[in-house]
Design a protein around this ligand. Structure first.
Ligand code: SF4
Length: 374
């Protein structure tokens, strides 16, 4: 649709209006022909995307606002297990008040991070390199490939924690506009961490195991990453991590023992269940009595969608019998299970519909990390 042309959407006539033609990709703006209202489509879509990405990353990874703003493309790692399975990891840099975290990503979290990378790649060809102003330290960072960026005076900049707060506040206001019961509820970024902690406490891998794994991955991936990023960007990222690690107690980074390493490997085997994979945190047992279909930790393997249909049929037959016998408690339980089943099926179909996303990461040959015999 070119500027000056009209189109009809959902019974309303809109006019595409011209805007800054000097822009590489002129933003889309339209005027409602009935009310005369101007809608900044590109701007609103961009704001909605980043609002979704910020809220979902805070919610699914249990991050603080500062931790979110420090995520970079190099925070996304992949570890290939001896059996070929690839585990996506998110590295949360250490700070003075909190230790480093290496989180095996759930399917939902991975989806959000992949969409952020896809957006940068579609717009810039890669995740742009930019600096970020640290409001606490009052210094500019080295230029890194920050995942969360904003445009300031026409140039890319790492998102500040103030912007994260502003985005969360805007999400609350928009929610209150359609759900007045939330009018006096004010969320802060940290509330998502609390919400997350009520669901599960995901502190990632024990840090000495996470650090050993990263050390190993770094040695092997640095060369591959040089093909993707400027060498300076990689060394700035490693220097940044090393500076932060130096501020932490050294015992956090001791060598893992062989037993600890084996436990780490076993964790991923134990997460395989009939319908897909269980995303429960490292070192935790199943807290939901293996009622996977009702459990928020379950990610459905798309290959098992037909099995979900069979389970649904079975539940419907049981519900029919329960109605005939007037087993009201049973009906309530079956209805709840059916609701979970259908929402998981919808989510799995949604993931299946999304195109593959190139994360811009180098291919990594498998090699086993070292563990000590202590
Ligand atoms: S019930 Fe939940 S936590 Fe337990 S094994 Fe199933 S998916 Fe994992």
């Amino acid at each position: 649709m070119n500027p000056g042309e009209e189109f009809v959407h959902d019974g309303t006539t809109w006019l595409r209006v011209s805007c800054n033609e000097r822009h590489n990709r002129p933003p889309v703006r339209v005027v409602n022909r009935t009310t005369g209202d101007l809608v900044r489509v590109s701007q609103d879509e961009n704001a909605a995307f980043w609002q979704w990405a910020v809220v979902e990353t805070l919610r699914l990874a249990g991050l603080r606002a500062e931790e979110l703003t420090e995520l970079s493309h190099l925070s996304v790692r992949q570890y290939q297990r001896p059996n070929g399975e690839v585990v996506a990891l998110l590295v949360i840099s250490p700070s003075k008040s909190d230790r480093e975290r290496v989180i095996p990503m759930s399917a939902e979290l991975f989806h959000v991070i992949a969409q952020v990378i896809r957006r940068h790649r579609e717009e810039h060809g890669t995740v742009p390199v930019c600096a970020r102003y640290d409001l606490h330290e009052k210094v500019w960072s080295e230029e890194l490939t920050y995942l969360f960026q904003t445009v300031h005076s026409g140039s890319q900049r790492g998102m500040s924690s103030t912007t994260v707060w502003r985005i969360v506040r805007r999400a609350c206001n928009e929610l209150a506009a359609t759900h007045p019961e939330f009018a006096n509820v004010h969320f802060a970024p940290h509330d998502f961490r609390r919400l997350f902690a009520t669901e599960l406490v995901n502190n990632g891998l024990p840090i000495h195991i996470g650090a050993a794994l990263l050390g190993h991955l770094d040695i092997r991936t640095t060369r591959g990453y040089v093909a993707v990023f400027d060498e300076d960007v990689i060394s700035h990222y490693h220097q940044f991590l090393a500076r932060r690690r130096a501020a932490r107690p050294t015992e956090e980074y001791r060598e893992p023992t062989r037993d600890e390493w084996e436990d780490f490997q076993e964790h991923f085997d134990k997460r395989r269940v009939e319908l897909g994979s269980c995303g429960r945190p490292y070192g935790t047992p199943c807290a939901h009595e293996h009622a996977c279909i009702r459990c928020p930790m379950l990610s459905i393997n798309p290959k098992m969608l037909s099995r979900l249909n069979e389970l649904e049929e079975d539940l419907l037959a049981r519900r029919k019998r329960a109605v005939e016998e007037d087993w009201r408690g049973e009906i309530e339980g079956l209805d709840l299970t059916l609701t979970f089943l259908r929402s998981k099926r919808e989510q799995a179909r949604r993931f299946q519909r999304s195109d593959p996303v190139s994360l811009g990461m180098p291919a990594i040959p498998h090699q086993k990390p070292q563990a000590t015999d202590r």
